[in-house]
Ligand binder design. Structure first.
Ligand SMILES: [Zn+2]
Length: 70
């Protein structure tokens, strides 16, 4: 594969810092986690949920259930 000059790597690589996006509805939050958002660690991966989704899934998050069943 060819590498374009500039070192830009937007080929779906991992290990890139991702902006905060709600894992459920996908709404972007910006560069930092809003105070109203909830962070849930599932399978070693941090997932963030906006205030609306956090409220809806509060029981699931507190129950430490995977989001897969939502
Ligand atoms: Zn959401």
């Amino acid at each position: 594969m060819t590498s374009p000059p500039g070192g830009s790597d937007q080929d779906g690589s991992t290990r890139e810092p991702q902006p905060f996006v709600c894992a459920r509805c996908g709404i972007p939050a910006g560069d930092s986690q809003p105070a109203t958002w909830t962070c849930s660690v599932e399978n070693g991966t941090r997932q963030y949920f906006c205030d609306v989704c956090s409220r809806q899934n509060l029981r699931a998050i507190e129950g430490r259930l995977d989001s897969a069943w939502w």
